[in-house]
Design a protein around this ligand. Structure first.
Ligand code: FES
Length: 154
């Protein structure tokens, strides 16, 4: 686990070790690590006095949580219909080429992950790419390399 126990305890104590705060505790951990390590969920369950299954069921219910390691920067390419017809497959290919990974993979240095999503309700911006929560609309393949370089520096 990349998060030390002290940091994890700090988050849990920040929520007063309250059983009702499992969701925000998990959100805080994911914000730090971009995913929820098994050991962190174990520790949260121990500290809050709930069983691991309860913590896991919350973590798996919400699609915003990831149970596998992800890169520092998450590149999410919308593959919904509107974005698809406006060129999303070519944009995705260009990200895959630029980062030398496929959809669902992390770069070996854990700087980037590529994910796809089906429509986030901003179809007028298609093709749409969301990087670390920032929306980049009407993306063309020629903009991909600059986007990657900008985020790599952050
Ligand atoms: S299809 Fe991409 S935002 Fe709707």
């Amino acid at each position: 686990m990349e998060m030390n126990i002290e940091k994890l305890d700090e988050i849990i104590d920040g929520w007063k070790c309250d059983k009702a705060a499992i969701l925000p505790i998990l959100q805080d951990v994911q914000r730090e690590l971009n995913y929820l390590p098994r050991q962190a969920m174990n520790h949260i369950a121990d500290r809050l006095g709930v069983n691991l299954g309860h913590v896991s069921s919350i973590a798996t219910f919400f699609s915003s949580f990831s149970l596998v390691p992800r890169g520092k920067h998450i590149v999410t390419v919308c593959m919904g219909t509107a974005c698809h017809v406006r060129g999303a497959p070519r944009v995705l290919e260009e990200f895959e080429r630029s980062l030398k990974i496929k959809d669902g993979e992390n770069t070996p240095d854990m700087q980037f992950s590529i994910e796809t999503v089906n429509c986030v309700g901003a179809c007028a911006l298609g093709p749409l790419v969301i990087i670390d929560g920032n929306y980049h609309g009407n993306i063309t393949t020629s903009e991909v390399a600059d986007l990657v370089a900008n985020y790599r520096e952050k």
